[in-house]
Write a protein that binds this ligand. Sequence first.
Ligand code: F42
Length: 147
Amino acid sequence: MTDASNYAPSPREWVSTQVAEYEASGGTKANTLRETGLPIIVVTTTGARTGAIRKTPLMRVEHDGEYALVASVGGAPKHPVWYFNLLAHADSVFIQDGPEPFAVSIRELSGAEKAEWWERAVSAYPPYADYQVKTERQIPVFVATPR
Ligand code: F42
């Protein structure tokens, strides 16, 4: 799928540990956000600058086989780095939601479509609503469709 030797684990230890445990167990362990019990997916992107493989756990917001990718970072003032990786390398994005990763095509949403997915995102993970109140930026949302 991707060149595994080029993988650069997240500098946030709790994030890289979650990814390692999720992958090693085929998604049967470390598959929720800490104590919330709410499910996550692992998204693989290619670094916009470095070209390194990056793996980012995100909340699982699924609808009819498609997924929302919500660039919230807890309502931080800036977009996460993976947001720019998605824009730069939209053709090499993978999702793992279970035993094996699969390739997806992605599209950033706006308008009514974004509002519809935002509602789904907030039902899957209610704190997204607080994050949007907390930050002045508009939290980006992508839809990812299996290829
Ligand atoms: N974050 C969200 O935004 N939304 C979620 O729904 C979400 C859920 C979630 C669930 C479980 C969990 O463990 C974490 C969760 N997170 C969620 C946090 C998420 O996994 C990310 O840690 C967070 O969004 C921050 O992403 P980030 O890409 O900004 O990560 C930083 C800390 C990071 O890894 N930076 C790298 C570094 O080395 O500093 C850079 C990674 C990178 O891609 N670099 C690029 C490159 O080219 O390689 C470009 C660098 C540049 O400066 O241009």
